[in-house]
Write a protein that binds this ligand. Structure first.
Ligand code: SF4
Length: 339
């Protein structure tokens, strides 16, 4: 076994697919095998095959299912007819939604709902499958494998992953790709190889932005090592920048807080001066008012004394007049007696 074949074995052991691939079913066509692959993300093969059988009976064609409500699709998958209580189909809702999205993706990419044409031109088919992110390359590779009579399908994404892993060289590979890739695959492991490489492409090895730092193969992948290293440097730079920004932000906040404190201090001082000023003015006014009141009271007292004196003088006058009258009366009386 060559060094590269050993490496492929290690890759196959290291990567655990998220979902199983279906076992091919005689009576299902390619579109239905795609549906089966999607359903296996949620339920086992037997339940998935049963569900597809019920859906076939429940809808006159797949387009009608594509536009149906998710709850209704779930009910049909369970054989509960078109209408069923949400609680009764709750455990199939996610699978039903996923299945409907698969049909939607096929419809958008092919303007139809059948995939038998994949068998006619495998090169064009592999291009199409790579444009179906919901289906993914693991399931898409399975469809290509079926379409090509269970021959190893080699698509551009697979070549990209293998090239980055240092297993093949992309340059000038186009036509003899299967001849170069085929010998690397352990005997009888074609489908697992297609699934695992599809899984790597789906999850980490994007054409433009591979996330090598998360990829389980980053240690042994020459391309990944460099990307992971660049990513580390970039992360360190970002962290350093974040710290600088944080320091700047803290300094700014401190400056602003100091500014606010000084402003509050100035306003408090101003308010204290204003209050003291008002207090002083009030005290001055109170002194003036008290003085005025004292002057007024003294004046009133003087006037009262004058009035009292006047009244006493008047009284004395009246008394004197009375006395003079009595005296005159007595003198008149005396004169009368003499006569
Ligand atoms: S380490 Fe990066 S380049 Fe290598 S296989 Fe993983 S994602 Fe692809």
């Amino acid at each position: 076994m060559s060094k590269k074949s050993d490496q492929v074995v290690k890759v196959l052991e290291k990567i655990k697919p998220r979902w199983p691939l279906p076992s091919p079913v005689e009576e299902l066509n390619l579109l239905e095998h795609g549906m089966l692959a999607v359903l296996l993300r949620h339920i086992d093969q037997k339940k998935a095959v049963d569900a597809i059988g019920r859906l076939r009976k429940g809808y006159p064609d797949w387009n009608e299912m594509r536009v149906a409500q998710v709850q209704e699709v779930a009910a049909q998958m369970l054989g509960l007819g078109r209408r069923a209580a949400r609680d009764d189909v709750a455990h199939y809702l996610v699978a039903a939604r996923d299945l409907r999205e698969f049909l939607q993706e096929v419809y958008q990419k092919t303007h139809g709902l059948e995939l038998e044409f994949l068998r006619e031109d495998l090169t064009a088919s592999s291009k199409l499958v790579q444009q179906m992110p919901h289906t993914g390359l693991a399931a898409g590779g399975f469809l290509l494998w079926l379409a090509g009579n269970r021959q190893l399908p080699v698509h551009a994404a697979m070549v990209r992953v293998l090239d980055r892993l240092g297993l093949v060289s992309r340059a000038g590979l186009a036509k003899k790709a299967r001849d170069v890739v085929g010998p690397l695959v352990p005997d009888g492991d074609d489908l697992r190889f297609v699934q695992i490489v599809g899984e790597i492409a789906d999850r980490w090895c994007d054409a433009r932005k591979p996330t090598c730092w998360d990829c389980p193969l980053r240690e042994e992948c020459p391309f990944g090592k460099k990307v992971a290293q660049d990513h580390k440097v970039q992360m360190e730079r970002q962290e350093a920048q974040r710290k600088r920004d944080e320091t700047k932000r803290l300094a700014f906040e401190k400056k602003e807080a100091e500014k606010r404190r000084k402003e509050q201090e100035r306003l408090a001082k101003k308010a204290a001066i204003e209050t003291a000023k008002q207090e002083k003015a009030r005290a001055r006014q109170a002194g003036i008012d008290a003085k005025k009141r004292a002057i007024e009271e003294a004046k009133q007292k003087r006037l009262a004394e004058i009035a009292k004196k006047k009244a006493l003088a008047e009284k004395a006058k009246v008394e004197a007049a009375k006395k003079a009258a009595l005296k005159a009366k007595a003198a008149a009386k005396k004169a009368k007696k003499k006569r």
